[in-house]
Design a protein around this ligand. Structure first.
Ligand SMILES: Cc1cc2nc3c(=O)[nH]c(=O)nc-3n(C[C@H](O)[C@H](O)[C@H](O)COP(=O)(O)OP(=O)(O)OC[C@H]3O[C@@H](n4cnc5c(N)ncnc54)[C@H](O)[C@@H]3O)c2cc1C
Length: 345
């Protein structure tokens, strides 16, 4: 069976690796306009999911998170953890406006340690914080993880091809199965008006003394990554497609992070980056779509001429790195079921 995956960010690569595991005889090719400059490369890669994150149902979302955590945790325990860019990390969230800001019902049930902070722990940072939580979790550094994942895929026989796909229909005649993992690119490929860019700007600084992550209010975060590089963030601009650095934002981010932890004033700049998160209103889209005579359908009847059947896996917003393996597993499950029902493959 010939499978085309479109998208070479974290979603496309984890989907390809899941396919290799589940459909051992499949010939998998990943197409991407770019493998080296994606939104995934900008992410801090912390495994933390906000309360608003949602799949089609509560139960499915919980499965995605559990499967994702297990996937990365297995890598963390393995001898490949350092080359794959996966590690354990723990840290704090502080807030003043509401106790809800520091809570996540998803994380509470997922990670080994999740608790309220003690009075002494409020003193770890500057500011008179009222609410706080502490939890242990995982971190996936995409600048290491994506090249590692690509190498693994190629060793398994997966082809990785740099190519911009102008329409998913152009692949129909040559492929038995198409999986769409194009992130924000799906706005054009699927004409999806629910998909909106959510702009984020971050600093990468050298601060090897930082071992713990910290969140404050107004999207302030300090997340240590690999090789002493720490991500300082951030921002969330709904609907903005501006990929240029904004000097006012830079100043505000640095100020907020340094106010929280003055030791960061000594941190040397590595680079500043902007990424457009693929935010999808309602929920992340992991579903099958059949296109018949130009119309999108969930089910195809026998007398209709099927033009294209595909599986979508996009719209992970600010949580795509951490939830990629779970949605990949679900997308591959849908692909297998679709296979059987259309009896095409
Ligand atoms: C500042 C910032 C911080 C973040 N921090 C975190 C974090 O700590 N934890 C976390 O889990 N998430 C985080 N995220 C979110 C995370 O980065 C995204 O959810 C995730 O990267 C989305 O992955 P993706 O593979 O869908 O998209 P992308 O990484 O954008 O990949 C899309 C791929 O599709 C390809 N493509 C698109 N259109 C086409 C086309 N027409 N033809 C061929 N190829 C195409 C692109 O070239 C690319 O290869 C952060 C994001 C930002 C901006």
């Amino acid at each position: 069976m010939k499978v085309a995956i479109v998208g070479g960010g974290i979603i496309g690569l984890t989907t390809a690796s899941q396919l290799n595991r589940e459909l051992r005889n499949a010939e998998v090719t990943v197409f991407a306009s770019d493998f080296n400059d994606t939104v995934s490369h900008v992410a801090a890669g912390l495994f933390r999911v906000g309360s608003s994150y949602s799949g089609p149902t509560e139960e499915i979302t919980r499965d995605w998170l559990r499967d994702s955590y297990a996937y990365y945790d297995n890598i963390r325990k393995s001898h490949e953890a350092s080359s794959a860019g996966v590690t354990a990390i723990s840290g704090y969230m502080f807030a003043n406006s509401s106790p809800e800001t520091v809570k996540s019902h998803w994380m509470k049930d997922l990670v080994p340690i999740y608790r309220r902070v003690t009075d002494e722990e409020f003193q770890l940072v500057e500011g008179n914080w009222k609410y706080g939580s502490f939890f242990s979790t995982l971190l996936t550094e995409c600048k290491l993880h994506l090249p590692w994942a690509r190498k693994k895929l190629e060793e398994n026989g997966t082809k990785l091809i740099v190519k911009k796909v102008d329409s998913l229909r152009e692949l129909v005649s040559d492929w038995d199965l198409i999986i769409n993992c194009t992130g924000l690119g799906a706005r054009y490929l699927c004409n999806d008006r629910y998909l909106v860019p959510m702009r984020g700007q971050v600093f990468k600084v050298k601060a090897p003394w930082m071992k713990t992550f910290f969140y404050g209010e107004i999207d302030t975060y300090i997340i240590p990554g690999f090789n002493g590089v720490v991500t300082l963030g951030g921002s969330r601009y709904f609907g903005s497609e501006n990929k240029k650095l904004c000097p006012y934002e830079s100043k505000a981010i640095r100020e907020r992070c340094e106010n929280l932890l003055p030791s960061l004033k000594k941190a040397e700049l590595v680079k500043e980056e902007v990424g457009l998160r693929p935010h999808r209103e309602n929920n992340v889209r992991v579903e099958v779509e059949h296109i018949v005579n130009g119309f999108s359908k969930a089910i195809v009847s026998f007398n209709e001429t099927l033009l294209i059947s595909l599986v979508h896996n996009y719209g992970h917003g600010g949580y795509g790195v951490c939830t990629a393996p779970g949605t990949a597993k679900y997308a591959v499950q849908l692909a297998k079921e679709m296979h059987k029902s259309t009896a095409k493959l």
